[in-house]
Design a protein around this ligand. Structure first.
Ligand SMILES: *[C@@H]1O[C@H](CO)[C@@H](O)[C@H](O)[C@H]1NC(C)=O
Ligand SMILES: *[C@@H]1O[C@H](CO)[C@@H](O)[C@H](O)[C@H]1NC(C)=O
Ligand SMILES: *[C@@H]1O[C@H](CO)[C@@H](O)[C@H](O)[C@H]1NC(C)=O
Ligand SMILES: *[C@@H]1O[C@H](CO)[C@@H](O)[C@H](O)[C@H]1NC(C)=O
Ligand SMILES: *[C@@H]1O[C@H](CO)[C@@H](O)[C@H](O)[C@H]1NC(C)=O
Ligand SMILES: *[C@@H]1O[C@H](CO)[C@@H](O)[C@H](O)[C@H]1NC(C)=O
Ligand SMILES: *[C@@H]1O[C@H](CO)[C@@H](O)[C@H](O)[C@H]1NC(C)=O
Ligand SMILES: *[C@@H]1O[C@H](CO)[C@@H](O)[C@H](O)[C@H]1NC(C)=O
Ligand SMILES: *[C@@H]1O[C@H](CO)[C@@H](O)[C@H](O)[C@H]1NC(C)=O
Length: 461
C-alpha cells in the first residue's frame, strides 16, 4: 500500500478554541462503558474472499487460512448449503442457521467497548467505541441516505446527523476521506464539518470531524454496535489511507481546559454483564493514585516503517515491559524476558506477543492453538500472568478472569473462556507487544498527559 502523505491535511481548531478556553469550567466527567463480545464464524468466509481476509484482525489471517481449509475439506461431504451466508453477513454471537456440522473451532471472539456521547444542538445521541489509539472523529451523515447505493449502510446508524438541524454546526465543506482502522474498520468518504461534542456533561466546542457520505464497513466490522469512535489518543493519528485527520476529543478537552486534571481513568468490563467506567479529568474515589504503579510513557514514536507499528505508536500511549511470566504455586514459566515496548490500547482486543511467547503463554493454560478456549470452571486452577512494566519493572498481575475472554456462545450454548494470547507472527520480532482490552480489563488505568505516564492498579475480582 502506498501512503499519500503529501495529500494529507490537518484541520486546525486553535483559532476558535483560544477565545472560549477561559469560560469553560474544568471538572470530572464519568461515563459508563458497555462491553459486547462478537463472534466471527470462519465457516461463513467464502473461498473467494481474499480481499476480506486482509481485513481480519491481525493474526487471524493465518488462522483463517488453516481453518477455512479444514472446514472446506469437511464441507465437500456437505455441499450446497449456506450459499447466502457467503454474502456480507455478520454472524453474531446469537442464533444462526444450522450448517450441518457442529464443530466450534472456527469461531473467534473479540469484545467491543462503547459509551454514549452526543453531537450538536439539539444533541444527537451516538454510540462510540472507546479508543485510546485513535484521534479523528467521524459520523455518518443524513445526506448519505440521498445516495441509493449508500443508503442502507448509513441507515444502520439512524437517526443520522443532519447539520441543518444543529444550531452549533459550522460548515467547512472540504471533501475528505478517512479509514477508521483501529481494529473495527470503516472506509469513509465525506465532508469536513465542525460541531459541539457532548461527552457526559462536557461540551467540547467545535470538534472537527468527518461527516461521511459514504460508509463502508470492512467485512468483519460489526458497526451495528457503534456509530463512531471516541478518540483518546495523546497525539493526532496520521491518516495513511485517506487524507483527513483531526485532533482527538481528548486533545481538545485538554486544549479547551475542560478537565480538572489532564488525565482519564479507565475500567473496562470483564464480561458483557459488567459495566465499566471512563472518568475524564480525575480518578474515582476508590483509587489512591500514589498506591498505583506509575509507568512513564515510552516516547518511541517510530514503528520502524512498519504500517502497523507506525500506526499504534502514533497514539502516544505506550510503556516499556521488561518481562512477562505465567505464575502459580507450581512455579514460574518465563514468557518474555527481553525488553519490549508495549502498546496499551482499549481498541485492540487481545494480548499480542511474539510467536514463541504466545505459544508459551497458551501452553501454560493447556492450549495448543490461538483463539482456543478452556472451560471457565478451570480458571481457579490456572496460573496468573505477571507483567514487569517500566524500567524498574514493578509487577501487574493478570488473573485468568482477565486474560481469558469470557463469552456465552449462543450458537453452541455454552460459556467459553477464550485465550487472549495472540501471536504477532513476523511482526512480533520488531520489539513491540500489544496490551489490549483483556489487559485493561484486569486493572484500573490512569492515563496522564502532563505526567507522561500510565498508572495501573490491580482490580479486585
Ligand atoms: C449499555 O447496556 C445497557 C444495558 O444492556 C443498555 O441499556 C444501554 O443502552 C447500553 N448503552 C450503550 C451505549 O450501548
Ligand atoms: C439521548 O441520551 C440521553 C442521555 O442518555 C437521554 O436522556 C435521551 O433521552 C436520549 N435522546 C434520545 C432522542 O434518545
Ligand atoms: C435535514 O433536515 C432538513 C430540515 O429538517 C430537511 O429538510 C432535510 O430533508 C434533512 N436532510 C436529510 C438528508 O434528511
Ligand atoms: C447536505 O445537504 C445539504 C442540502 O443539500 C447541504 O446544504 C449540506 O452541505 C450537505 N452536507 C454534507 C455534509 O454533504
Ligand atoms: C481528499 O480526498 C477526497 C476524496 O477522495 C478528495 O475529493 C479531496 O480532494 C482530497 N483532499 C485533498 C486535500 O487532497
Ligand atoms: C493469582 O493471584 C491471586 C491474587 O494475587 C491469588 O489469590 C491467586 O492465588 C493466584 N493464583 C495462582 C494460581 O497463583
Ligand atoms: C523505549 O523503547 C525502546 C524500544 O523498545 C527502548 O530502546 C527504550 O529504552 C525505551 N525507552 C524508555 C524511556 O523506556
Ligand atoms: C500444578 O501442577 C499440577 C500437577 O501437574 C496441576 O494439576 C495443576 O493444574 C498445576 N497448577 C497450576 C496453577 O498450574
Ligand atoms: C450474563 O448474565 C446472564 C444471566 O444473568 C448469564 O446467563 C450469562 O451467562 C452471563 N454472561 C456472561 C458473559 O457472563
Amino acid at each position: 500500500m502506498k501512503f499519500p502523505f503529501d495529500m494529507m491535511f490537518f484541520v486546525s481548531t486553535v483559532a476558535t478554541v483560544a477565545c472560549i478556553a477561559n469560560v469553560a469550567s474544568a471538572d470530572v466527567f464519568r461515563l459508563p462503558i458497555n462491553r459486547t463480545t462478537i463472534g466471527w464464524d470462519f465457516r461463513f468466509v467464502g473461498p473467494n474472499r481474499k480481499a476480506e481476509a486482509h481485513q481480519l484482525p491481525f493474526g487471524a489471517q493465518d488462522q483463517r487460512k488453516r481453518r477455512v481449509l479444514r472446514s472446506r475439506n469437511r464441507e465437500q461431504a456437505n455441499v450446497g448449503h449456506h450459499q447466502e451466508q457467503l454474502e456480507r453477513v455478520h454472524i453474531p454471537v446469537g442464533p444462526v442457521r444450522s450448517t450441518g456440522h457442529h464443530s466450534d473451532d472456527e469461531v473467534i471472539f473479540w469484545s467491543l467497548f462503547t459509551t454514549p456521547i452526543s453531537i450538536g444542538k439539539p444533541p444527537l445521541n451516538l454510540t462510540a467505541l472507546i479508543d485510546t489509539s485513535w484521534s479523528s472523529f467521524f459520523i455518518p451523515s443524513a445526506n448519505c441516505t440521498l445516495n441509493p447505493k449508500e443508503r442502507s449502510s448509513c441507515l444502520v446508524h439512524a437517526p443520522l446527523y443532519n447539520s441543518t438541524k444543529s444550531s452549533t454546526y459550522r460548515a467547512d465543506l472540504r471533501p475528505g476521506k478517512l479509514l477508521y482502522h483501529s481494529y473495527n474498520g470503516v472506509y469513509t468518504w465525506g465532508i469536513i464539518s465542525q460541531d459541539d461534542l457532548h461527552v457526559a456533561n462536557m461540551e467540547i466546542r467545535n470538534q472537527v470531524f468527518e461527516e461521511a457520505l459514504e460508509w463502508h464497513p470492512m467485512w468483519f466490522t460489526r458497526d451495528d454496535y457503534f456509530d463512531t469512535a471516541l478518540g483518546l489518543s495523546l497525539h493526532q493519528t496520521p491518516e495513511s489511507w485517506g487524507n483527513f485527520s483531526a485532533q482527538s476529543p481528548f486533545q481538545n478537552m485538554v486544549q479547551q481546559n475542560l478537565l480538572d486534571e489532564n488525565i482519564f481513568t479507565l475500567k473496562l468490563p470483564r464480561n458483557d454483564n459488567e459495566t465499566g467506567e471512563l472518568v475524564l479529568g480525575g480518578v474515582p474515589e476508590i483509587l489512591t493514585r500514589d498506591k498505583m504503579i506509575q509507568i512513564p510513557l515510552n516516547h518511541t514514536r517510530d514503528g520502524g516503517g512498519d504500517e502497523w507499528w507506525d500506526f499504534y505508536t502514533s497514539s502516544g500511549w505506550q510503556v516499556s515491559t521488561q518481562r512477562i511470566s505465567m505464575d502459580s504455586p507450581n512455579g514460574s514459566i518465563p514468557v518474555l524476558t527481553a525488553e519490549h515496548t508495549a502498546i496499551v490500547s482499549s481498541s485492540y482486543p487481545y494480548i499480542a506477543l511474539p510467536d514463541d511467547a504466545a505459544t508459551i503463554a497458551n501452553h501454560a493454560i493447556g492450549l495448543e492453538e490461538l483463539y482456543d478456549w478452556v472451560e471457565c470452571e478451570t480458571r481457579p486452577q490456572l496460573p496468573n500472568m505477571t507483567l514487569g512494566l517500566g524500567a524498574g519493572a514493578p509487577s501487574i498481575t493478570l488473573s485468568p478472569w482477565d486474560y481469558l475472554i469470557e463469552v456465552y456462545d449462543d450458537l453452541f450454548q455454552q460459556l467459553k473462556c477464550v485465550s487472549a494470547f495472540q501471536s504477532m507472527e513476523w511482526r512480533g520480532e520488531m520489539g513491540f507487544i500489544m496490551l489490549g482490552a483483556p489487559f485493561l480489563s484486569g486493572v484500573w488505568s490512569v492515563w496522564d498527559k502532563d505526567g507522561e505516564s500510565i498508572s495501573f492498579a490491580n482490580r479486585a475480582l
